[in-house]
Ligand binder design. Structure first.
Ligand code: 5AD
Ligand code: SF4
Length: 474
């Protein structure tokens, strides 16, 4: 971990291509995931569906019978990277055992048949709600056809599919609690690629958390595009659907998962400022194992820009939510997402983002230059008129400011002792472990007699903007 590990641009956590391997079965599947945590979690569903068909994952694309890229369409540069990868894989196909090549996820949903017809790079195109049809689609391809299924669903949550855990650390896992998004932020392609919002049965979520705990996992992250709008057995007007069945909102779901075991840490992502209630905050404060960390994307510090973004809140509302977090959960870490150079953004409006950052002092931020996406409200309604150079300059400014804030946030940890969940061996030294504080900050320390997957108390002795360093205290 180094200082320049701050995850500010696509090629970091949000855009990392993750190559995945899991053994079992006879045919070989090579699966790469791009984009958000939700895509990573979906890949685990895909691996599970294909494991039932006898596919084992491999790290070597050249020995694969099936190559799948689970793709992201959130910004143009994410798509360009994937296109380049597909061109490269086509050459692999020509010289290896001629695998079937498929595109899954948001780019598949956005481009649909065009991916097959225009560019002839792939054999198979499957959208995020159609993974159950993968086995029959692969059969069609093996019979000499090209195959597409990009139907979106109002019901599919893959609740009954038991994900094959591909991350390998065996300590932290994602649990998808809902799919899709109904918010229609004007810059965002997600409502078009992932369809309508739907929540997953809470019983299947709790069961998955229990199974993970029994397997030795000690942290789960509950995933949704807007977890605060999670609701079970209640419609969008707040009416109960089945009076014989329990209703569950996000705060109640958090409690159910926290009660699985006090040694199971619970995280969640992503919260939405317009929907995040004090009930959720009180639940976080009530349970020690619900982590003191909230990712609350602001996108812009200007109320006018927020209105054009269709975010459903103002600068003042956002700052009120920050105050609520600080008063209900003292010491809670807060991270955010910021977009620079949205349509019509003036210097003054950009400066409002800078001043909001100065006021809040986020512990961490993901920052992006605005990238116009086809079919979105912004593409139809507003001109993408901030020059690329200016978007980049504004981005650079917020990245530099955030680096200062991240360092300042880390400096506050130094000298204090925190409970750390040990996740694995540090990349830099075999003699050191890394783990995380409840606030989601990475801590590196000498192993001494500690063990992966356990909680230890670590006194923080030093830090950079990305990492804390410490020493185990007995
Ligand atoms: N351009 C730039 N950033 C975007 N995001 C979403 N859509 C776009 C876009 N068109 C960012 C938002 C969101 C995060 C996941 O990606 O900040 O919160
Ligand atoms: Fe996109 Fe907004 Fe939904 Fe997030 S809440 S996925 S930014 S539309």
């Amino acid at each position: 971990m180094t200082e320049n590990n701050i995850k500010e641009i696509d090629e970091s956590v949000q855009g990392t291509a993750t190559m995945i391997e899991q053994n079992a079965g006879t045919r070989k599947l090579y699966l790469e995931s791009y984009g958000c945590q939700m895509n990573f979690s979906d890949s685990e569903i895909v691996a599970s569906i294909l494991a039932d068909e006898g596919y084992a994952t491999t790290k070597d694309s050249e020995e694969a019978d099936l190559i799948l890229l689970n793709t992201c369409a959130i910004r143009d540069n994410a798509e360009q990277r994937i296109r380049n990868r597909l061109v490269h894989l086509k050459t692999v196909k020509e010289k290896s055992k001629k695998p079937v090549i498929g595109v899954l996820g948001c780019m598949a949903e956005r481009l649909k048949k065009n991916l097959l017809e225009e560019e002839k790079l792939v054999d198979l195109v499957v959208g995020p709600d159609a993974y159950r049809s993968l086995p029959s689609l692969i059969e069609e391809v093996e019979g000499g056809q090209k195959a597409v299924n990009v139907l979106l669903s109002r019901e599919e949550t893959y609740a009954d599919v038991s994900p094959v855990r591909l991350d390998k650390n065996g300590i932290t896992a994602f649990i998808s609690i809902m799919r899709g998004c109904d918010n229609m932020c004007s810059f965002c392609v997600v409502p078009f690629t992932r369809g309508r919002e739907r929540s997953r049965d809470p019983k299947s979520i709790v069961k998955e958390a229990e199974e993970l705990f029994q397997m030795g996992y000690r942290e789960v992250t509950l995933l949704g595009q807007n977890v605060d709008s999670y609701r079970w057995n209640v419609n969008s007007k707040g009416e109960i659907l089945d009076s014989n069945c329990e209703t569950v909102n996000f705060a109640e779901l958090l409690e159910k998962v926290a009660l699985v075991n006090p040694d199971l840490r619970v995280r969640f992502s992503t919260s939405h400022p317009k929907d995040m209630t004090d009930d959720v905050l009180r639940m976080i404060a009530k349970y020690k194992n619900i982590c003191d960390y909230i990712h609350l994307p602001v996108q812009s510090g200007s109320s006018e820009i927020l209105k054009k973004m269709n975010r459903g809140y103002s600068r003042e509302w956002y700052l009120d939510r920050i105050e609520a977090i600080k008063s209900i959960i003292p010491g809670c870490a807060i991270s955010t997402d910021i977009i620079t150079g949205f349509c019509g953004e003036t210097d003054d409006q950009h400066n409002e983002t800078v001043s909001l950052m100065e006021q809040v002092e986020f512990d961490f931020a993901y920052m992006f230059a605005y990238s116009e996406r086809p079919k979105t409200l912004a593409e139809r309604k507003y001109e993408d008129d901030v020059p690329e150079q200016l978007k980049k300059e504004r981005l650079k400014e917020v990245i530099e400011l955030q680096r200062e804030h991240s360092l300042k946030s880390h400096q506050k940890f130094v000298g204090n002792t925190y409970e750390i969940l040990i996740e694995g061996v540090s990349k830099k030294s075999k003699e050191q472990y890394f783990g995380r504080t409840s606030q989601n900050t990475v801590v590196v320390f000498d192993k001494e007699n500690t063990k992966k997957g356990t909680y230890v108390k670590v006194k923080i002795t030093d830090c950079t903007a990305a990492t804390l360093f410490g020493k185990v205290v007995s």
